[in-house]
Write a protein that binds this ligand. Structure first.
Ligand SMILES: NC(=O)c1ccc[n+]([C@@H]2O[C@H](COP(=O)([O-])OP(=O)(O)OC[C@H]3O[C@@H](n4cnc5c(N)ncnc54)[C@H](OP(=O)(O)O)[C@@H]3O)[C@@H](O)[C@H]2O)c1
Length: 498
């Protein structure tokens, strides 16, 4: 009987490539995703080779990590790939992504033990958890290896924003939490944490994965602050460790197929600096231009990312300055529009997957709305949500409402002012939303001072409306009615018809 394995986050960039590789190798795969109603993700996974016989999909959310029980039960190996990319604002249980991520890995590891079938848990960790920065911040150690740990606080702040700091902290603490399971007396579960470099290469997804957008950011301009993300990595790590999607998934499977394995393993094929990445991108693709504002780059000595521990176990990470499929054969680059300002708007990609080989046209809409270059209201950094589009369209009936209520002269002045103020509030959320995405790399709701400021305008709106109505009612009940009072005006207008 085929070995059963579980992949959490099976529809993500790494998850979907891993699920496909496992299915091709004949494993039975339990893949989780947050929403089984999401046809695009479900159909994508169900279209993979052997999916009809060997793939079972489960719905599970890290914010309610016990939901993973059913998917894990009966499996021999669990790949924990999923991680919260945004904090769930509805969560009352966890105050932020860090708490949710750490609690999530603990619950999943406990569930593996409880199942009595899981031998090993393989966690998709990140090199961002292994900063070679000296403790006193005076510079870098000579190389980055498994002994390095990123401090939870006091990271260099030039390119940091709340989003990347929270992600780094969440992934670092979650990895530490998981490694404790190897130290437990009578440990029943082997835990491997595979610290992956920045991943790019091919995909079966129909959109540009976030890490690919980060690496291509020197070409595409600073959409959503991705270039800052690249520079942040270099700042924390002293270089930008890279790995090809196929290699990192192969490494995951190696960690599973090895008879016995536990602990931390770095997995990167190259460790260029941002300057070297730009030079390589430009050399391989002279047809694309590095954005002018990123042209200048100080020369720094890149810190080496040492993957020899994994190599000693028998896994060879192909070494090259930048993996070939990263820049050479990466289909994203081959299809990158010549005009960088169009990137992130509508991008027609020709998908040619390694196994399928057939070409399909896919239309990708990244973030950009019909009106704005960045969707100010979408909840995710790179999404254009239906909700935010409906919200934009709801403005039209609202403007109609304002037109008629003004024309009717029936509303108290202060209330009318409140309704107009609401429009001004919505207007203010547009630049605020774009500013949050471009400068902080996150949605408005995650930038407390911007979000709080905008919300306080909404409170004022409500106050104006309510005070205006209260005043009108008081005027109506007052013994002597003012002729300028709109409510009494309406009453008087109505009198003749009575
Ligand atoms: N890409 C890289 O360069 C890189 C490098 C190092 C490590 N990693 C790690 O690799 C993993 C996957 O990254 P990726 O690049 O493949 O990202 P991705 O495409 O954005 O995938 C993220 C996955 O996490 C799932 N997820 C998000 N929030 C969740 C929640 N609350 N509960 C359950 N699942 C949730 C998503 O599931 P849904 O489909 O249900 O939304 C999705 O499958 C992450 O753990 C990341 O830290 C990535």
């Amino acid at each position: 009987m085929a070995t059963k394995v579980c992949v959490t986050g099976g529809s993500g960039y790494i998850g979907s490539w891993l699920v496909r590789k496992l299915l091709v190798k004949g494993y039975t795969v339990h893949a989780t995703l947050r929403n089984l109603e999401d046809r695009s993700k479900v159909d994508l996974l169900n279209s993979l080779p052997n999916a009809d016989t060997n793939l079972v999909l489960f719905q599970a959310d890290i914010y309610n990590a016990h939901e993973f029980d059913d998917a894990i039960q009966g499996c021999e190996f669990v790949f924990h790939v999923a991680t919260p990319m945004q904090h769930d604002p509805k969560s009352s249980q966890y105050k932020d992504r860090v708490e949710a991520t750490v609690a999530g890995v603990r619950i999943i590891a406990d569930c593996c033990i409880k199942s009595q079938t899981v031998k090993r848990l393989i966690y998709t960790a990140t090199v961002l958890a292994s900063s070679p920065l000296n403790e006193d911040g005076s510079g870098y150690k000579s190389c980055m290896d498994e002994s390095c740990w990123t401090p939870s606080d006091h990271l260099p702040l030039t390119y940091a924003n709340d989003y990347v700091l929270e992600y780094t902290k969440a992934k670092t603490l979650a990895e530490k939490e998981l490694l404790i399971y190897n130290e437990m007396e009578d440990a029943k579960l082997e835990v491997v944490t595979l610290l992956s470099g920045l991943v790019a290469g091919e995909t079966i997804q129909s959109h540009l994965p976030l890490s690919v957008q980060v690496i291509l950011s020197p070409f595409t301009g600073n959409m959503f602050g991705y270039y800052q993300g690249l520079k942040f990595m270099e700042e924390v790590l002293g270089s930008v460790p890279l790995v090809d999607i196929d290699d990192v998934c192969e490494a995951h499977i190696f960690c599973m197929e090895n008879p016995s394995m536990k602990g931390r393993y770095l997995c990167a094929a190259a460790d260029p600096t941002v300057r070297e990445i730009k030079a390589c991108l430009e050399e391989n693709h002279p047809e694309f231009k590095i954005d002018e504002k990123f042209r200048e780059e100080a020369e720094i000595r890149g810190i080496k990312c040492d993957s020899s521990k994994l190599k000693e176990m028998g896994f060879e990470v192909p070494i090259s300055l930048i993996p070939v499929s990263y820049v050479g054969s990466c289909y994203f680059l081959q299809n990158l529009p010549r005009d960088p300002v169009r990137v992130g708007k509508d991008l027609n990609l020709t998908e040619k997957t390694r196994l399928g080989g057939c070409k399909r046209k896919k239309r990708v809409v990244c973030g950009a709305g019909l009106i704005f270059p960045v969707d100010p209201w979408a909840p995710n950094i790179d999404s254009q949500s239906i909700a935010s589009q409906l919200f934009a369209f709801s403005l039209f009936p609202y403007i109609g409402f304002l037109y008629y209520i003004t024309k009717s002269k029936s509303a108290p002045k202060l209330t009318l002012f409140g309704f107009y103020f609401l429009l001004a509030f919505v207007g203010a959320t547009i630049p605020a939303g774009i500013y949050a995405k471009v400068n902080y790399g996150t949605s408005l709701s995650n930038v407390d001072w911007l979000h709080g400021g905008a919300e306080s305008l909404l409170t004022l709106t409500n106050l104006f409306i309510v005070l205006g109505l209260r005043q009108a009612l008081r005027n109506e009940n007052a013994p002597k009615k003012s002729s300028s009072d709109p409510v009494s005006e309406i009453k008087e207008e109505k009198k003749p018809s009575v």
